[in-house]
Design a protein around this ligand. Structure first.
Ligand code: AP5
Ligand code: MG
Ligand code: ZN
Length: 214
């Protein structure tokens, strides 16, 4: 199965991608996670990406397209498929993805567009905590970990993302409106788009997506 999870910052792309990746046994590919790993590893690409991420801007297309290309040609993706989380975010990226999938002869099955209102996004992101160890996601307003700062799944320590400051969050939402939203029209003209109400309980959103994919 080859699917894209599309939506604004805080829509729940990462949350749903983790669940769907397990449910369908497909690799989860998050460009945001790849960039954060590169920052942590102090690579040259990480250093470059960080400048953009700290401001809530998009990392340039050439860099982003190249890391996704290098990942999608690996065997787990060519044999099992993937759930893409946070890519594509520009028309250029969407066109590049089409070319990559042509190259491996694997068309997309669906683009799940997760809709959530802007005020809710800001509340979700300001309350987000992520596990350093396994990547599990928690939220002080919606799905609190049983013990503050500790992961329910693996006991690892939780952290707050550097770009989850109110000012950066607002810019990320603006960048989504100005640059990323146009990707919706690109996929709707390809008849691949499935809009989903993201303002429901996490399990309910998963059910809605699974139902749509059947
Ligand atoms: P990225 O990491 O992709 O961030 P984002 O798009 O801003 O999205 P988020 O990860 O913030 O939100 P999400 O939709 O995954 O929500 P989550 O599931 O965590 O990108 C970061 C940066 O990297 C970008 O700003 C850019 O600089 C760069 N970048 C990445 N990809 C790029 C690309 N393709 N091109 C260029 N640059 C790129 O949920 C949020 C919170 O809400 C959590 O606490 C969660 O527990 C909670 N929650 C989730 N679902 C629900 C629900 N249904 N009800 C209540 N709470 C919920
Ligand atoms: Mg995410
Ligand atoms: Zn964990």
């Amino acid at each position: 199965m080859r699917i894209i999870l599309f939506g604004p910052p805080g829509a729940g792309k990462g949350t749903q991608a983790l669940i769907l990746s397990e449910k369908y046994g497909i690799p989860h590919i998050s460009t945001g996670d790849m960039f954060r790993q590169a920052v942590k590893d102090h690579t040259a690409m990480g250093l470059e990406a960080r400048e953009y991420m700290d401001k809530g801007e998009l990392v340039p297309d050439v860099v982003t397209i190249s890391i996704v290309h290098d990942r999608l040609i690996l065997e787990d993706c060519t044999t099992k498929g993937f759930v893409l989380d946070g890519f594509p975010r520009t028309i250029e990226q969407a066109k590049a993805l089409d070319r990559m999938l042509d190259e491996i002869n694997e068309p997309l099955d669906a683009v799940i567009q997760i809709d959530v209102d802007a005020e809710i996004l800001i509340r979700r992101l300001s309350g987000r905590w992520t596990c350093t160890n396994c990547g599990a996601l928690f939220n002080t307003h919606y799905n609190r970990s049983k013990q503050d700062g500790v992961c329910d799944q693996c006991g690892g320590p939780l952290f707050q993302r550097d770009d989850d400051k109110e000012e950066t969050i607002r810019n990320r939402v603006n960048v989504y409106e100005q640059r990323t939203k146009a990707v919706i029209d690109f996929y709707s003209s390809h008849q691949l788009l499935i809009p989903i109400d993201g303002d429901q309980k996490i399990e309910k959103v998963t059910e809605t997506i699974a139902e749509a994919l059947r």
